[in-house]
Design a protein. Structure first.
Length: 221
């Protein structure tokens, strides 16, 4: 199914701590932008309820993201979760975005498989579909069967092609296969703590400015 060229361009968000941002994040966002014909924004979290808190501070992570995104216009940056106090709950972010973009523009929450598997533990998780479509970024050829209510929601809302997301503002689910770049922020941090250089795992702009990666090198014992 192809998207109607008259339909509003979807807005997709990819959240995370980006501690630090790496090529896995950027390539996933880029491929989603192309496949979904969407505006994609990277959305750094202030404090995540389900994960350890970031090593780098908010301003430091924003500086890394700005450096990584320089020189292109497909991917953008959204700082709303850093600008409000308290934990970064996705339902609050989607409510805020929906109020900003209006009722009709398709809104997409991009999630990795691991994040989606834990969705039923998130605050007001079933209401996420009231505000956005959910797209699971997957690397294997097939998705696992998720337990209970999550699997039921998935089956009820699943569509086969990205074009279907343009036909409604929210409420649908899609699996989107992306390149298998097995890079993790924890791996990058470990290399920096060990005094090694994570070249080709990070954007060159981060390696070119020693100040950007200083928070991780400073954590060496």
């Amino acid at each position: 199914m192809t998207a109607d060229p008259r339909a509003p361009q979807p807005l997709a968000i990819l959240g995370g701590t980006f501690d630090p941002v790496h090529h896995g994040h950027l390539r996933a966002a880029w491929e989603a932008a192309e496949a979904l014909h969407a505006e994609v924004r990277l959305l750094p979290a202030r404090a995540t309820p389900h994960r350890p808190q970031p090593v780098a501070g908010a301003a430091q992570r924003v500086a890394m993201l700005r450096a990584a995104l320089a020189g292109q216009s497909r991917l953008g940056l959204d700082l709303r979760e850093l600008e409000r106090d308290g934990p970064s709950y996705s339902i609050d972010t989607l409510e805020s975005l929906r109020g900003e973009i209006g009722a009709q523009r398709p809104l997409i929450l991009l999630l990795g498989q691991d994040a989606f598997a834990g969705l039923s533990t998130w605050r007001r998780w079933t209401e996420l579909f009231d505000f956005a479509h959910l797209v699971v970024l997957t690397r294997p050829a097939s998705l696992p069967a998720w337990p209970g209510p999550l699997q039921q929601q998935w089956q009820q809302r699943l569509v086969a092609a990205p074009g279907a997301l343009c036909l409604a503002p929210a409420g649908r689910a899609l699996a989107l296969r992306i390149s298998a770049l097995e890079i993790s922020a924890s791996q990058v941090r470990a290399l920096l703590v060990a005094g090694r250089e994570p070249r080709y795992l990070l954007p060159e702009a981060l390696l070119s400015d020693p100040a950007l990666l200083a928070p991780y090198r400073a954590s060496r014992a």
